[in-house]
Design a protein around this ligand. Structure first.
Ligand SMILES: [Zn+2]
Length: 249
């Protein structure tokens, strides 16, 4: 029963993330006006806002004007529900697990915004970092998270200096450094390095597939790969740590 509640909580948060995904890139207020149809502007009734179920019940159409509603809404709600469920299964039901689930939910919306609009809003990025820093059970743990965030943000900054010098233009943005800090805080330095490595492996085929001669359009959104790699490393952290230990002692 509690797992169902955890999923429902996640789906409800996913519903809010949908609002962030649609409104943040346009610089609109996220709490006002209330949800309305994007086509006919009719404000939604309460039962039109039930995560996943409303969309299924309405068969993906607005109840008033019948215009199609993007499948992105139920997909984001379902994914966020699953993020909450698997985080709780992995870490137990706790304040910490809630924070970590929030980190990944925010990274999910960042990934979609990066993919669709090729932008990474600082507001969502910093919110993810804040949850990553404060998802702790003790003061000591907070300092560990904070130190790892600093180490990783610093490491990325150094890498950026070298890369930018090597390719003679600005490599990576500030957004990537914020994500790096989040990765360090959530995973710790060693596992965060594994996640970076994994994201490069995952991005490589996509990079080759989307290769064009036009340099302008060659901007592959990298946040989704970082987020997915982080998620995989968190879910298999025990196995990966054992493997690293066997390998490097
Ligand atoms: Zn409508």
């Amino acid at each position: 029963m509690e797992w169902i509640l955890v999923f429902i909580l996640g789906a409800a948060i996913g519903s809010f993330l949908n609002v962030l995904i649609v409104r943040t890139p346009r610089d609109e207020n996220v709490s006002f006006p209330a949800s309305h149809c994007m086509s006919c502007d009719t404000p939604l009734r309460a039962w039109h806002n039930v995560p996943i179920l409303s969309w299924l019940y309405l068969r993906g159409k607005c109840a008033f004007c019948g215009v199609k509603i993007s499948a992105q809404y139920p997909i984001v709600e379902t994914l966020t529900g699953l993020v909450f469920l698997f985080t709780a299964l992995k870490l137990g039901i706790s304040f910490q697990a809630f924070g970590i689930a929030m980190v990944f939910s925010l990274l999910l919306s960042l990934s979609i915004i990066d993919f669709r609009y090729k932008m990474v809003p600082d507001s969502i990025n910093l919110a993810a970092l804040t949850f990553a820093l404060f998802s702790v059970a003790s003061m000591g743990e907070f300092f560990t998270h904070f130190t790892n965030a600093l180490l990783f943000a610093g490491g990325f900054t150094l890498l950026r200096f070298y890369l930018s010098y090597a390719i003679k233009k600005e490599a990576m943005g500030e957004a990537d450094i914020m994500i790096a800090a989040t990765m360090g805080a959530v995973l710790g330095v060693q596992l965060a390095l594994v996640a970076i490595f994994l994201s490069a492996i995952l991005a490589l085929p996509a990079l080759l597939l989307t290769r064009t001669d036009d340099e302008e359009s060659q901007q592959l959104p990298f946040i989704p790969f970082l987020a997915i790699s982080m998620w995989i490393v968190l879910m298999f952290d025990t196995q990966i740590s054992l493997y690293l230990e066997a390998f490097y002692g």
